[in-house]
Design a binder for this molecule. Structure first.
Ligand code: HEC
Length: 184
């Protein structure tokens, strides 16, 4: 074989491999054997892809600190916002996890369970996640439904989930009809 033929053969081989890989991936997706049901194991690389890209974006784009002070009033407003918008998935102190939250993958962290709290996470990261949501998970983005102030209030409250003042805790657990709420 001449040198030129060898180069051609290598180029054709490389081209065929490049085409074969996406084709094999596509056929696997169409086969019906890629597990998409929640109670099956995570897909290969699913967690890695989701977490690596998320953390890189958080490092690049999340704000470092809140523009609003975490006053008692802000924490209480955060508790009300949380009960209305987040408790269904992320739970309440001393309450059982909701049925829908138990059936999700990845599961929504129960923010009042020790071990699942975000009390040591950078507050700007929690803010970014609450604002924009997390792709490939059930975490919705609240950018269109909560103001910036409300988003900071709710994440400041979550940051103190292990040492909430009594009035904020009472607001978390009050049923909406029990108490007149500011802004309702
Ligand atoms: C429909 C269910 C659902 C609702 C409602 C919801 N979340 Fe989530 N949330 C999730 C899921 C699922 C995850 C886990 C995502 C993952 O594993 O990456 C999550 C993750 C998070 C995280 C990241 C936690 C961590 O340990 O990294 C924060 C912060 C968060 N949610 C805040 C909120 C706030 C604040 C609200 C309300 C304004 C809210 N979420 C409403 C499902 C929900």
């Amino acid at each position: 074989m001449t040198g030129l033929m060898r180069v051609w053969c290598a180029a054709i081989g490389a081209g065929a491999t490049l085409l074969a890989l996406p084709l094999a991936g596509y056929l696997a997706l169409r086969s019906g054997y890629v597990p998409m049901a929640i109670p099956t194991r995570p897909l290969p690389l699913e967690r890695y892809l989701a977490k690596t890209a998320l953390h890189a974006e958080l490092r690049r784009a999340a704000p470092r600190r809140s523009p609003f002070p975490a006053t008692a009033r802000a924490i209480e407003s955060g508790a009300i916002i949380y009960r209305r918008n987040c408790a269904f998935c992320h739970g309440l102190p001393g309450r059982k996890t909701e049925a829908a939250a138990r059936g999700m993958y990845p599961p929504p962290p129960q923010f009042f369970h020790p071990g699942a709290m975000v009390t040591t996470d950078p507050v700007g990261w929690s803010y970014w996640k609450a604002k924009y949501g997390i792709r490939l998970t059930g975490m919705p983005g609240f950018h269109a439904s909560l103001s910036d102030r409300q988003l900071w209030d709710v994440v400041q409250m979550l940051r103190r989930a292990d040492r909430l003042p009594a009035p904020a805790k009472a607001l978390l657990l009050a049923s909406p009809v029990q108490r007149a709420e500011p802004g309702s």
